[in-house]
Design a protein around this ligand. Structure first.
Ligand code: ZN
Ligand code: MN
Length: 491
């Protein structure tokens, strides 16, 4: 960022809560079904149909709110947000306004700046104020077909209309695009972790918007902000924010006005462009939804949700670092996915070697999983089988390269470490007597080289190691071969 300027960024995330049915009716909340298959008079907005709140929305909403450090309010009020759009059959969205479901949150995220090549500097904690997470229904979807200049058709699919959303709004606390990036990833993972949302951006069940403005360092007023929408991935969002910061600073420095508008990311041209200007600003005329009671949540309910909450990823990461003495980076990677973290913990305990377990999982196993398009939950190698392999390695029965080869084979056909080792004939000879016998023979048959070595040609040591390994069929424990050879040749 140009010297003397700072960026002011606030984030809004819409996360679809992972209920089976919609928020105010019993239609399935399925992604990808036949268009308009999951509709009824309530979500079609037919006259006289009345909304009934889905209890599981409150459960998942409370999980999400608590996992993000928000306070769940005892009373919240549903409100009508009025606007006209073809995908909104009622002409209003049931949302929440001045009394949201949860508010006043503080969330600690870990964040780092990245250099040109994407390498992160040291991750440091940063506290983000989350103003609120309110509950609301989603709108349907307009589907466009054909090019505007040919025959263009637009269709309405109302399967999504009425699916439950949590809208998470932060204070303008971010000062860089990477902070916003780390925040969205944090929220995504936490929501998946507690089971509140699938948080899959590709399926559109997590959507984020960024409000971006810039100002001179030392100014206390905000300048005009731009809302960035339709951001299809966290990386595109980061790029869009970065672009927008530079664009706005440039404009201000050239004496141009930055207009308050909505822009989107044009990934083909790597720039943001105007979607709509301020003139279209909505007046939503919010008022309390007359068809729904105020939502009351008891303290006992909150306590119960808290008690059922799993250990959160950041807490688990810090515990891994403390208990298992692994690095911050390794621990962070291991808690990037709940199943992977559980897999690691089982392997670390069963093998009694947490560090080597982390290495094997993060390098070897993850590579195999990625290649096979699988996750830790459906790994063909169980945590217990991996632990067995690591124990065999620790006992010196096989070497590191062999262990890697064994893991690949275990992954391919689901066999145990012992089976693969036996099949490959990898069992190392770690019996000192057996190795000595081989070495005695090598010395016996290579008297010239022995004399040369003893006469000062130390380079020949490698020759003896090679001969011994060859004679053992590559199975002799290399460390022991070295030790025994030294003793015998120097005696
Ligand atoms: Zn319905
Ligand atoms: Mn919203």
């Amino acid at each position: 960022m140009k010297e003397g300027w700072e960026a002011i960024i606030g984030m809004e995330i819409h996360a679809q809560l992972a209920t089976e049915t919609k928020i105010f009716c019993q239609c399935a909340a399925n992604f990808g079904d036949e268009p308009n298959a999951n509709t009824c008079p309530v979500c079609l907005g037919l006259p006289g149909a009345l909304p009934v709140l889905n209890e599981n929305v409150i459960n998942l909403g409370a999980k999400a709110a608590l996992a993000l450090g928000l306070n769940v309010n005892e009373t919240s009020i549903f409100a009508r947000k009025n606007y006209f759009y073809p995908d909104l059959p009622k002409g209003y969205q049931i949302s929440q306004y001045d009394q949201p479901f949860s508010s006043n949150g503080e969330l600690v995220i870990m964040t780092a700046e990245r250099d040109e090549s994407g390498r992160a500097s040291e991750f440091k904690p940063m506290t983000i104020r989350i103003e609120r997470m309110h509950l609301e229904e989603d709108a349907g979807k307009n589907v466009h077909e054909g090019l505007p200049e040919v025959d263009k058709y637009s269709y309405i699919d109302l399967n999504r209309a009425g699916t439950p959303l949590g809208e998470i709004v932060t204070a303008p606390d971010f000062r860089s695009s990477w902070q916003a990036y780390d925040y969205v990833n944090h929220v995504r993972r936490v929501l998946q972790w507690v089971g509140a949302s699938d948080a899959d951006m590709e399926k559109g069940n997590l959507r984020c918007e960024a409000n971006v403005s810039v100002r001179k360092i030392g100014e206390d007023k905000f300048r005009n902000k731009v809302e960035l929408k339709n951001l299809n991935s966290v990386r595109f969002m980061q790029k869009a924010i970065e672009y927008e910061i530079e664009r706005q600073i440039q404009a201000h420095e050239n004496g141009e006005t930055v207009s308050q508008e909505t822009r989107l990311w044009d990934e083909k041209n790597n720039r943001t462009r105007v979607m709509r200007s301020k003139e279209d600003a909505h007046d939503y005329r919010y008022f309390p939804e007359p068809d729904l009671q105020p939502l009351k949540v008891t303290a006992e309910f909150i306590e119960r949700v808290k008690a059922e909450m799993p250990e959160l990823p950041d807490v688990m990461r810090d515990r891994f670092i403390a208990d298992y003495k692994i690095s911050y980076n390794d621990a962070s990677q291991l808690v990037s996915d709940k199943d992977l973290a559980a897999f690691y913990e089982r392997a670390a305990t069963a093998s009694n070697n947490p560090r080597v377990s982390a290495n094997f999982i993060l390098s070897e196993l993850l590579r195999e999983l990625n290649n096979a398009g699988k996750s830790a939950a459906d790994s063909p190698v169980s945590a217990e089988n991996l632990a067995e392999l690591i124990k065999t390695l620790d006992a010196g029965k096989i070497n590191n390269n062999q262990a890697k080869e064994v893991l690949t084979a275990m992954f391919a056909d689901g066999k145990s470490a012992a089976e693969v080792i036996a099949e490959k004939g990898f069992e190392q000879i770690s019996d000192a007597g057996a190795i000595e016998k081989i070495i005695d023979e090598i010395i016996e048959t290579n008297q010239n080289q022995v004399a040369a070595y003893r006469g000062g040609n130390e380079k020949l040591f490698g020759f003896f190691v090679g001969q011994t390994m060859k004679a053992s069929g590559g199975k002799a424990n290399p460390k022991m071969v070295n030790e025994i050879l030294k003793v015998k040749l120097n005696s």
